[in-house]
Ligand binder design. Structure first.
Ligand code: SER
Length: 332
């Protein structure tokens, strides 16, 4: 019996219940669907601040929730008997630089509420994502290790380091089972990312298919760690289900591939030969230049068996196929 997903209640196995905040963000949208397939629709509660897209109300409950509202957050966790809370609310790097105060409140204050609620209610597990943005210019940029100096220079990175430290504190002091993944740039075909520095690696596909032309806001040789959505979902579910006895760390580097805009454009060109990419770096460049080029995720591999499935060619082919279907453009 898979005890990551189930527990024994009055002599019977019951499926665990999960609540996801930020459920219609880039990751949340697909994560809710994957969790519902695995835990059962009724056991996965999607929450967000605005009116939900149809996909989130189709197979399970959706609630409007502003995670800054501690009363509402606790009420939902208690009413739905939640075991696992995945807190995906976040303002990303580029958007954070436009409004640092909002980024701090949205990222850190809500994470504090989530950890406090977990402590008070006694939740089983809390997962709050971190990011490669938690590293900074003084971190070694090639094969960045899991345990290394972290002095980010973006407000987004500062919030992620604060969340990591607060989560580790709650684990040590109050026994809250906090876990975190330092996601690299995530490439996906369903919901669009918003306000990130790695967003170019999603936008390039849409523009390649629609217009055969894209202008990158990062220079052609800007190498960043990246991951395709199926690997992102796998890493998230694998970590929340990992046996706590095997975890030495609480925050983990994860990665799948590292590439530059020029290398991605060349891969897209293999499928769409007349695609043209040009480069006009803007304010995003300074953010990217402060982040790792590649990540060492050997700690995640060792402690909970992390292993990605998609490399650059496999991801590119699949993205183009899925987006062509989504945008109803005939072809491969
Ligand atoms: N994708 C994020 C960003 O670009 C990095 O975690 O801000």
């Amino acid at each position: 019996m898979d005890l990551g997903r189930q527990f024994v209640y009055q002599g019977k196995y019951k499926m665990k219940r999960v609540l996801v905040t930020g459920a219609y963000g880039q990751i949340g949208t697909e994560l809710v669907e994957a969790l519902r397939n695995r835990y059962g629709g009724e056991n996965v509660i999607a929450t967000g601040r605005r009116k939900p897209p149809a996909v989130l109300t189709k197979d399970g409950p959706y609630y409007r929730l502003d995670a800054l509202d501690m009363n509402d957050l606790q009420r939902l966790l208690v009413d739905y008997n939640i075991d696992i809370l995945i807190h995906n609310v976040s303002i990303l790097s580029a958007a954070g630089e436009q409004n640092p105060q909002l980024a701090w409140e949205t990222n850190v204050q809500t994470s504090y509420n989530v950890l406090e609620a977990a402590r008070i209610i006694g939740l089983d597990k809390v997962m709050i994502p971190s990011s490669i943005a938690a590293f900074g210019p003084s971190t070694p940029r090639e094969n960045t290790p899991n345990d290394v100096i972290m002095r980010p220079t973006t407000i987004y990175g500062v919030t992620k380091v604060a969340i990591e430290l607060l989560g580790e504190y709650y684990a040590r002091k109050f026994n809250v089972d906090f876990r975190s993944l330092r996601y690299p740039g995530i490439i996906s075909s369903e919901a669009l990312p918003g306000g990130g520095t790695t967003d170019y690696a999603v936008a390039i596909f849409y523009e390649a298919i629609r217009n055969k032309h894209y202008t990158s806001f990062l220079a052609k040789d800007t190498r960043l760690p990246m991951m395709y959505m199926p690997d992102c979902l796998k890493s998230t579910i694998d970590l929340i289900e990992a046996d706590s006895k095997k975890l030495v760390h609480r925050c983990f580097n994860v990665t799948a591939v590292s590439f530059t805009p020029e290398e991605l454009a060349a891969e897209i060109k293999k499928v769409i030969p007349d695609f043209v990419c040009d480069y006009k770096p803007d304010f995003h460049q300074a953010i990217a230049d402060s982040w790792p080029k590649s990540i060492d995720d050997s700690v995640a591999r060792k402690e909970w068996g992390w292993k990605p499935e998609y490399d650059l060619p496999a991801m590119t082919k699949d993205m183009i196929k899925k987006l062509k279907q989504k945008l109803s453009i005939p072809g491969k």
